[in-house]
Design a protein around this ligand. Structure first.
Ligand code: ATP
Ligand code: MG
Length: 288
């Protein structure tokens, strides 16, 4: 039995669900908005979860594909909401060994500043970075980096943009909401899908925009990743508790690989279609 954390409203959840079903592998969605019946204990032997009226013993689950966690729906009161969240998330954390990926890894990715620090502390080349809501610090960083910096969210959810002189005029707005600033790595994007089982699939994304997702016609070609960078990918995954990841790298115009982030629940179907890499098969093999 495999569990997909998500729902059929999410393309990748449905894609993996359908692939498993066509291979006659039993699979269920865990859509956390419909709070399941769970019976969980620290010993674990008789733990179960009831999904679509089917009782599933946790010991019969071989893999959990984490794609889209909706959290717990706010119900009648704060206390009920907190209790449900704590019960469900204790369960989700306890199944970390079979989770691709775990709640803990997903939570770390929501704190991108911390993810960057862990990489930096362990000798991984990342862009010079600050997270700030101090306008003076922003201006100083801009000048120090020859006015070649980008800004993007600390947690995610908006495109990366180049900072321009005129942005300094509205720097007061920064006080209300911190952001992440980085030296701009001029070059191209490399996306790597790496698995702890050793498979590494790398592609270069040739986009017309700074953030490749803003260019619908971006081309993706296979990329030969140097051995040292492959090793760095696996090292980052270990550091961040990831069993697999969609890792973003910038390859600078001078040939340097600079790590941007490691995603715990990446989209991959478009990339797979463009490159022919067997990403779905590798994921499913590991879930089984
Ligand atoms: N320092 C940088 N220099 C140049 N380009 C960058 C830099 N940081 C980000 N980018 C571009 O913006 C893209 C998105 O940035 P990043 O991966 O950090 O966040 P994100 O994908 O928006 O995060 P999430 O997926 O959580 O929403 C990168 O893939 C890259 O194309
Ligand atoms: Mg990214």
């Amino acid at each position: 039995m495999i569990i997909v954390i998500g729902s059929k409203e999410d393309f990748h959840s449905q894609y993996v669900f359908n692939k498993l079903t066509t291979q006659n592998i039993k699979v269920k969605y865990l859509d956390s908005r419909k709070f399941p019946i769970i019976n969980w204990s620290p010993e674990g032997e008789q733990d179960y979860i009831i999904l679509d009226e089917e009782k599933i013993y946790i010991k019969d689950i071989t893999g959990i594909y984490w794609r889209w966690y909706y959290g717990v729906t706010f119900g009648t009161s704060d206390i009920v909401y907190r209790e449900k969240t704590s019960a469900l998330e204790s369960f989700l954390c306890s199944v970390e060994p079979i989770s691709w990926n775990s709640l803990q890894a997903v939570e770390l990715h929501r704190k991108k500043g911390l993810q960057s620090k862990i990489m930096q502390d362990n000798g991984i080349r990342i862009p010079k970075t600050i997270v700030t809501n101090d306008a003076n610090a922003l201006e100083k960083f801009y000048i120090e980096n020859n006015k070649n910096i980008i800004y993007k969210p600390v947690r995610g959810g908006a495109y990366t943009q180049k900072l321009k002189d005129e942005d300094l005029l509205r720097k007061e707005s920064l006080i209300n909401c911190p952001c992440q600033l980085q030296e701009c790595i001029d070059g191209i994007d490399i996306r790597v899908y790496a698995f702890e089982t050793g498979e590494i699939y790398a592609g270069e994304i040739l986009a017309q925009s700074l953030d490749f997702r803003a260019d619908e016609n971006a081309k993706i070609n296979k990329h030969n990743l140097p051995k040292k960078i492959q090793k760095d990918c696996l090292k980052i995954m270990k550091l961040l508790g990831l069993k697999y990841s969609g890792i973003d790298i910038r390859l600078s115009n001078s040939g340097e690989y600079v790590f941007i982030e490691a995603n715990p629940a990446p989209m991959f179907v478009h990339f797979e279609n463009m490159t022919g890499y067997p990403i779905t098969d590798t994921l499913i093999k590991n879930l089984i």
